[in-house]
Design a protein around this ligand. Structure first.
Ligand SMILES: Nc1ncnc2c1ncn2[C@@H]1O[C@H](COP(=O)(O)OP(=O)(O)O)[C@@H](O)[C@H]1O
Ligand SMILES: [Mg+2]
Length: 154
């Protein structure tokens, strides 16, 4: 399936788009977040995690590599792999335990974990454009395609 392209104008709209993804994913799946520093990967993650029901801060896990959230029955793992030197470090972290079928994984800088990370259901690439952000969404597999089909109708 062809991907979906969107223009998101401003931080509030980015948080709202995260909330839209929260509703679509229902807290399950793997999302890759591509984009330069400051693109808005953490902002999107924050909107998503809060919309799933997390109350409180959603900090960038730049130094911890991963921030886990338990939101009622939902398990969310928010990764920022910017500082990962070698994908093998993820093995030492026991990362496989995180990729259970009933968890949601949001992964910033997924290219740093290539070969060790599970495949994405949805690949999101964010770039600055005219004061806002362009988003390119590429689905992989039935789950991601269902989300994109819904987004294309919005
Ligand atoms: N759609 C948007 N339009 C304009 N500014 C945005 C948008 N989304 C996020 N921002 C701003 O861009 C910055 C992105 O920071 P952050 O989310 O930490 O980026 P990243 O995690 O990609 O490094 C924040 O200052 C945020 O307010
Ligand atoms: Mg970030």
């Amino acid at each position: 399936m062809a991907g979906v392209s969107l223009f998101i104008d401003g931080e509030e709209a980015m948080l709202a788009f995260g909330a839209r993804l929260a509703a679509l994913t229902e807290g399950r799946g793997t999302l890759y977040l591509h984009g330069d520093l400051g693109a808005g990967k953490t902002t999107l993650s924050r909107g998503l995690i809060r919309a799933l029901g997390h109350v409180g801060a959603v900090k960038s896990p730049t130094f911890t590599l991963v921030e886990p959230y338990e939101i009622g029955p939902l398990k969310v793992f928010h990764f920022d792999l910017y500082r990962l030197a070698d994908p093998e470090e993820l093995e030492y972290m026991g990362i496989r335990d995180y990729f259970e079928d009933d968890a949601l994984c949001l992964i910033e800088w997924p290219q740093r974990g290539a070969g060790v990370l599970p495949k994405a259901d949805l690949d999101i690439t964010i770039a600055a454009q005219a004061g806002g952000r362009s988003l390119c969404l590429q689905p992989y597999g039935a789950r991601g395609e269902a989300w994109c089909a819904a987004l294309a109708k919005d």
